[in-house]
Design a protein around this ligand. Sequence first.
Ligand code: FE2
Length: 185
Amino acid sequence: MMADGMPKGYRFLPDPDEIAAAVLKRPTWAVLALILAIELFTQEHYKKSIEPDANLSALFKDLFLFHLKEETTHAIMDELEWPREDSKLTPVERDSSVRELIGLVADVDGILQKQSAEDVDYFLSHCRRRFSDDEIHRIKKRVLGAYRWQYIFSGVEHPRFKTLLEKLTTDEQRQRINSALATLS
Ligand SMILES: [Fe+2]
């Protein structure tokens, strides 16, 4: 929708229906974990980048404030739903759900890698300045890092996510999750 008002050439590569179908193939436990991370990072995004910005329009800020309030309710529901789903699982099922959660995060990262590279190319095609190959490489790295922070780390490193994950998983399972995350940072 925004692309209509932007300079030509913007492409949003992920297909939302394909992603939804891929996510829903995963076990509910892993999907609920991802959803909680998303509901939390959405709130972090507002708190860190919208609320403190004095240059944004009051109406724009207000819209996102009400979105944050909605997400607050969603996160509270996730914190009830995820343990409820967890209580239905055997240790073997939970362990495979942990593996699936790691797979889901890798899928998210695949999307971020593609879209961040695409967004930098779009930026470069419209920016009047020329950049060296080294600068382009650094811009791509930074943008990917920023996307990973926004869409993965600000959720999974959120204290509320960590607290609940700690209750639902063993040390060994969390170690697996953390080493998978470490490859992205
Ligand atoms: Fe939500």
